[in-house]
Design a protein around this ligand. Structure first.
Ligand code: PLP
Length: 341
């Protein structure tokens, strides 16, 4: 298989059309088998439920080339499970989890020429999603649904080294206490766009959203979970039922416990305790872990001791271990790596 002739290292996080996508359709109470397609367009009625009432959920994961040249995906079974939960929450029929994993592997295999080579820092980003398909004008769930997976090569998240980000505490809410914060719904992202604009206009990279009920506890950013390191080398992650359960954060927690022998505590984290932490990171598929150098809560500035130059020592160890597992340099836990054959 000949790779596409791209300058992998200089790719950004943009859509590039690749050769194949997978699509399945739900009608009359069942999902069909689905198949690979070459057409990147979906032709759809103007009154489709997805357009009118935002009935759509999605996932995001990556395929990598390992050091020894294999193409692998990282824990796609967890994306399958989470998407099924997202679907149930928005009254959509869950796509069968085994079929989801199989479809991810099919799409990656069909687009093997687009999987960036080892060492380029680039990866193949895989985007499964599901939409309410048929025309709906009264407020009800759709009757027909489309499940699709496309993929696009994306560049290294950290170009020229990991640069710590600066975050502001947002006055806006991301998710309601008993709402949709825990699922990967497109509407959560629509909700976070304005907060993002405001943060950027004020010179910040991201927002820290607080719990909407009391405005006192740390939740997450628009698209990544927080992870803190204490001065006595413990990991603390915020606990809340309106945080999206990041697969990267859950994997880093496992790595901290089982590979690095660290204690991990999942608990409510008050915004007033930020000064107590030695390091702070943002966890998600895109970056794995992005160091946070500074949080600004209106007049109050919290500068983490790890500074603005690079990752703190624990963040770095977590990053190196998990990316080592993903790239095949470190022995993975059983069931984490799916090889495309
Ligand atoms: C996708 C997402 C994350 C990160 O999850 P990963 O599974 O690690 O990619 C975190 N927060 C939100 C709101 C998300 O949508």
């Amino acid at each position: 298989m000949e790779k596409k002739n791209l300058d992998w290292g200089s790719l950004g996080f943009d859509y590039t059309r690749t050769d194949y996508r997978f699509e399945a359709h739900y009608k009359d109470g069942r999902w069909d088998e689905g198949k690979l397609l070459q057409d990147e367009n979906i032709v759809i009625n103007e009154c489709a439920c997805v357009f009118q009432y935002a009935q759509t959920v999605f996932e995001g994961l990556k395929a990598y080339t390992t050091e020894d040249g294999r193409i692998v995906c990282f824990r796609p079974n967890l994306n399958a499970e989470r998407m099924a939960e997202s679907a149930r929450t928005l009254v959509m029929p869950p796509f069968p989890e085994d079929q989801f994993v199989d479809a991810v592997l099919q799409v990656v295999k069909a687009n093997a020429a687009w999987v960036p080579p080892y060492g380029s820092g680039a990866t193949l980003y895989v985007r499964p999603f599901m939409i309410g398909y048929d025309p709906i004008i009264g407020v009800t769930p759709a009757n027909e649904f489309k499940f699709r997976i496309f993929c696009t090569p994306v560049g290294p998240y950290f170009k020229g080294g990991a640069k710590p980000v600066t975050i502001c505490v947002s006055d806006l809410n991301r998710a309601a206490p008993a709402g949709t914060g825990h699922i990967k719904a497109g509407l959560n992202y629509a909700m976070s766009l304005r907060a993002h604009e405001v943060a950027h206009a004020n010179g910040f990279d991201e927002n820290m959203f607080l719990d909407p009920a009391t405005g006192t506890k740390v939740e997450e950013t628009g698209g990544a979970n927080f992870l803190f390191v204490t001065h006595d080398n413990k990991i603390v992650t915020p606990k809340s039922n309106s945080i999206l359960p990041s697969i990267t954060r859950r994997s880093l927690v496992y790595v901290a416990q089982k590979y690095l022998g660290m204690e991990v505590i999942e608990r409510e984290v008050y915004v007033t305790e930020l000064e107590d932490f030695a390091e702070c990171g943002l966890c998600g598929t895109a970056a794995v872990i992005c160091p946070v150098g500074k949080v600004v809560d209106h007049g109050r500035e919290i500068c983490f001791p790890s500074g603005m130059e690079g990752m703190g020592p624990v963040t770095k160890k977590l990053y190196d271990t998990l990316t080592g597992i993903q790239m095949g340099r470190i022995e993975p836990p059983e069931g984490w790596i799916y090889e495309i054959k």
